[in-house]
Ligand binder design. Structure first.
Ligand code: ADP
Ligand code: MG
Ligand code: MG
Length: 876
């Protein structure tokens, strides 16, 4: 019989896949002898089984759950469903990778009217009993029956108003009892039946709800953003309650062993007395700083600090913990490696190495490459920032510089972002429904909430700048305006946020580009030490190339020459070329382009200082270059000595039904060899010149022919290139070396890579086109149906962003395996969008590619991902 349920005493930290993050760490803390309310974990496999069984908990799993409840009763001396001595539990989700705020928890499960009445009397603390009950009805209704929080919150607000109090804690036992009654009536109104009284029924309902929450839209979006496969499933933890809401000797809190925003080594956290569960993060009251616990309860504080040390030493990483104090007794409810900003991640990794806690390799492995993105984004210009006077100040909850126009709702954020506006989302507080809007925003500003509020945690996870808890704002969300420092701000007004200091500025403060220094530099240095794959960049201009070099690129993996044809008056010459009738006319136009293109290449080689440069020959269909404006057509006609009609006829003749699969790539060079000739001359002449000027560099151009599907295509174009290049080299009496290779981006090229490798010095996977042609759908149109594909679980992610290793990857593997034996000198890289995606980089490492090439700002991400791949492959 399969084992579907584990007591906390049976698990440990290595069982993350089976028990989920929360479950395996509850077990590990139990093993460490820490005070953990006991319970059990229903495995992730049970979740998968639940879905396989058609959203049912089968008998075997059910039996093991009930057996475990009996074991819990033995441990706790309480009885589930008992009237006098009831065992109350929490039901908590917990996937392998932590998904904060994505899944829902139910507390105080096991209560009903009869039990709560006895409990109220026997405990001598009726307020506590009724508070537990009203919370349970609220959470159960929301999570299990999906009634929604709003109605309950409205009832609470109404009650507070009637009683003339502002805070939940000021409501009396009697008030809470009345509220519980109202909640149940609300439940009945919405669901059409009575609130369940049978604890077993409640428990099953709650467990199923956690399983179901694995598939809610928020969870699906979060998974897609964070590369978490749907197939993993979530575990469910059933745990005895620890009550932080028993009065002034009880409380609940959260803490980090190091500052998750800066990485500084100091205990950080917040707590609330007489509170339960999410009260601290939900912003119902302003929490106290963890240091204040020392004054409130010195012994508990000391015990907690000791536990923090134990946990950090044990996990050798910054811990994010939840705790509850029940009548002066401390309970640990969760620990995990804390989410952190990119800055904090780098600092913590370096500090842990310096403290002798971890190796350099471990430090490299523990920084999430996707996080680096934020550090590579612009920062405020220091001088401009110094000169600016903040109009407000709150918590710097997630660093970064954000400027943009104010919007007040997540939907507006999405809509404005879709129009290309830079926006700052300003809200009273955020909730999981706001995620998409938060993603669209440059920055987030909230009126309520601390460092662990929803906005703060989610923003840090996304790497989005966030300033939270600005109580000085007089907010009027309904009318989309607020007042700060005497000024009224409306939708569309400009504002700037500094996520590091928490400062808020009126208007836009200029920003500057980021650099790699300090801890960032140290980590990147270690990454370079341990990685085996090279990292190049996709760059078309000397500026991009220089930026990429600063960010550590070791060459250009893809220079798209067509981009060079658009600038300034070059497009005119290029249009003349396209609209020529004869080879002679075409050559005349190309003569005009040659020197400009040669100069571009010279600048590119200069920027690369002797590192390899791969230049791809003209690729897109020609219609992309022709004029559409009447005035431009006239101008072209005049220079060509043709009529407007004649030009229009030529333009019409360029029309293609399916341009992506039309007259493009090497097909252009086959029909117009003179284009390839001109490009070869430009590449070679530029290389000769730069080589002459810098004897110590090795200028070694790599000419890359796009869209090859047949060896004969490559042979044809290569012949033109080699004849032209050799003639140039001979004429210049140079000994320049150059290479001719091909993109592998048509499936047929991968399938016949053994033939192609005979003629190619290198392969470079153009995974954008290869993905498009392997799936048979266009990358420009995929947006029309990808959402439906996600909903239908056909795709979990966008194959143009994250490489399809199964299909496209198989073609790549085939190309490498067919090509390398034929041509041992063949070097192989990737230059699609995927070259900067960490999981795709890891895959390339597995295939044994020589390099990945990505856009300049992703170079550091690729360097780190390549190092992690190398370290992991050595561990396996
Ligand atoms: P999340 O994954 O969203 O953090 P959790 O399962 O950790 O959800 O729980 C939500 C809140 O409920 C947390 O504040 C947690 O500490 C609290 N909680 C969970 N289980 C218990 C319990 N057995 N006793 C007291 N508080 C609990
Ligand atoms: Mg938690
Ligand atoms: Mg291509």
């Amino acid at each position: 019989m399969a084992k579907w349920v584990y007591m906390f005493t049976e698990g440990n930290a290595t069982m993350r896949n089976l028990l989920g993050g929360k479950g395996c760490n509850l077990a590990e803390m139990t093993n460490l002898g820490l005070p953990v309310p006991q319970g059990f974990t229903i495995t992730t496999e049970a979740c998968t089984q639940y879905y396989e069984d058609g959203e049912k908990i089968n008998d075997e799993i059910m039996e093991q759950i009930m057996d475990s409840i009996v074991k819990m009763e033995e441990i706790t001396g309480k009885k589930f469903g008992d009237k006098e001595n009831p065992l109350l539990v929490s039901v908590r989700s917990g996937a392998r990778a932590s998904m904060p705020g994505m899944m829902d928890t139910i507390l105080n499960l096991g209560l009903n009217e009869e039990v709560v009445n006895i409990l109220a009397e026997k405990s001598g603390n009726p307020r506590w009993a009724w508070d537990c009950y009203r919370r349970f009805i609220q959470m159960y209704s929301d999570v299990v029956m999906e009634v929604g929080k709003k109605y309950f919150e409205e009832l609470i607000d109404k009650m507070k108003e009637e009683k003339g109090v502002t805070q939940d804690v000021d409501l009396t036992a009697e008030d809470l009892k009345v509220l519980a009654g109202q909640f149940k009536a609300e439940y009945k109104k919405m669901i059409g039946e009575d609130f369940p009284t049978d604890p077993k029924k409640q428990l099953i309902g709650a467990i199923k709800a956690v399983f179901r929450s694995w598939d809610n839209p928020r969870a699906n979006v979060y998974r897609r953003d964070n590369d978490i496969p749907y197939s993993w499933g979530t575990a469910v933890n059933v745990q005895m309650m620890a009550f932080g809401n028993m009065g002034d000797t009880s409380g609940t809190g959260v803490a980090f062993t190091r500052d998750p925003a800066t990485g500084e080594k100091k205990l950080m956290g917040e707590f609330l007395m007489n509170a339960q569960g999410e009260d601290v993060v939900a912003g119902v009251r302003t929490p106290q700083k963890i240091a204040q616990l020392q004054e409130v309860m010195p012994e508990v504080y000391k015990q907690f600090v000791d536990i923090c040390h134990t946990l950090e030493d044990h996990y050798r990483d910054m811990q994010d913990m939840e705790f509850t104090i029940e009548d002066r007794k401390l309970y640990m409810l969760q620990t995990r490696n804390g989410k952190r900003t990119a800055q904090a991640a780098l600092k913590i990794a370096c500090d842990l190495v310096d403290e002798g806690m971890i190796t350099e390799e471990k430090a490299v492995a523990m920084v999430d490459p996707r996080n680096l993105d934020t550090l590579l984004h612009p920062q405020f210009d220091a001088a401009a920032l110094k000169a600016a006077v903040p109009v407000g100040r709150a918590l710097g909850a997630s660093p970064g510089a954000a400027c943009g126009k104010i919007v007040f709702t997540a939907d507006d954020a999405k809509a404005w972002d879709a129009r290309g506006e830079k926006i700052v989302l300003v809200r009273l507080e955020t909730s999981p429904e706001d995620i998409e809007g938060m993603k669209a925003a440059q920055g987030i500003l909230t009126v309520r909430g601390g460092m662990t509020s929803h906005a703060a945690v989610v923003a840090r996870g996304m790497g989005t700048c966030c300033v939270s808890g600005c109580g000085d704002i007089a907010m009027d969300e309904a009318n989309k305006k607020f007042i700060l420092a005497g000024k009224e701000y409306h939708e569309g007004d400009a504002i700037s946020l500094d996520g590091s200091t928490g400062n808020i500025y009126d208007g836009i403060i200029p920003t500057v580009d980021a650099t790699i220094a300090g801890e960032f530099g140290r980590i990147m240095g270690w990454a370079d030490k341990y990685r085996t794959m090279k990292v190049r960049t996709n760059a078309d201009t000397p500026e991009d190339a220089k930026k990429a070099r600063e960010l550590g690129a070791e060459g250009i993996g893809l220079c798209r020459t067509e981009h060079m044809f658009f600038a300034g008056d070059r497009i005119d010459a290029f249009r003349e070329m396209i609209c020529s009738d004869t080879v002679e006319e075409r050559e005349k136009a190309l003569e005009k382009i040659l020197p400009v293109q040669q100069k571009d290449f010279e600048e590119l080689y200069e920027a690369l200082e002797g590192n390899p440069v791969t230049i791809r020959f003209l690729d897109p269909p020609l219609h992309e270059f022709v004029p559409t404006e009447e005035e431009d057509i006239k101008k072209l006609a005049d220079t060509q000595g043709k009529t407007v009609e004649q030009i229009k006829t030529i333009i019409d003749s360029l029309h293609e039904f399916n341009p992506m699969m039309g007259h493009r790539g090497c097909r252009l060079a086959v029909t117009y060899p003179e284009i390839a000739k001109m490009q070869t001359k430009a590449v070679i002449r530029a290389a000769i010149n730069v080589q002459k000027a810098h004897a110590d560099w090795e200028v070694n151009p790599e000419i890359m022919i796009p869209l090859i599907g047949d060896i004969k295509e490559l042979k044809f174009v290569k012949k033109i290139v080699v004849e032209t290049a050799d003639a140039e080299i001979a004429a210049a009496e140079s000994d320049l070396k150059y290479q001719v290779g091909t993109m592998i981006e048509v499936p047929r090229a991968a399938l016949t890579a053994d033939e192609i490798a005979k003629e190619a010095d290198f392969f470079c996977f153009g995974t954008n086109d290869l993905t498009q042609m392997t799936f048979g759908f266009s990358r420009d149109d995929a947006g029309k149906f990808l959402e439906s594909y996600y909903d239908a679980k056909i795709f979990e992610s966008d194959p143009f962003a994250k490489l399809d290793q199964t299909g496209v990857g198989k073609l790549m593997e085939m190309a490498v395996e067919l090509g390398k034996p034929v041509n041992p000198k063949l070097h192989v890289g990737i230059c699609g969008e995927h070259g900067g995606d960490p999981s795709s980089v890891e895959f390339c490492n597995t295939l044994g590619l020589d390099y990945v090439s990505c856009s300049p700002f992703r170079v550091p991400i690729a360097r780190l991902a390549a190092a992690q791949a190398a370290i992991r492959s050595r561990e396996d």
